[in-house]
Design a protein around this ligand. Structure first.
Ligand code: ZN
Length: 84
């Protein structure tokens, strides 16, 4: 059995509309892609009424990727001011 690798992707650190590439195999992953061709959502963690994190599995390399930073996104426009 191959060891499973875990990565954390902080949504506040990525450019654009939330699309990112798998940290291991570089497969493009879009949270807006509901077809789940490139990834499978393993777990969705809610905090109060908002999304706290999503754990997903890359379908290309089977890495587990933890998506964090949703609470920042939920705050809206401030995000633009905090990144280069
Ligand atoms: Zn991958």
């Amino acid at each position: 059995m191959e060891p499973v690798e875990y990565f954390t992707v902080d949504l506040t650190q990525i450019e654009g509309n939330g699309d990112f590439t798998c940290p291991k195999c570089r497969a493009p992953i879009s949270p807006d892609d509901i077809t789940e061709n490139t990834y499978t959502i393993t777990e969705t963690v809610m905090s109060e009424d908002s999304l706290e994190k999503i754990i997903l599995t890359c379908n290309e390399c089977r890495s587990h990727i933890k998506l964090v930073g949703f609470e920042i996104l939920a705050r809206g426009d401030n995000l633009t001011n905090n990144r280069r």
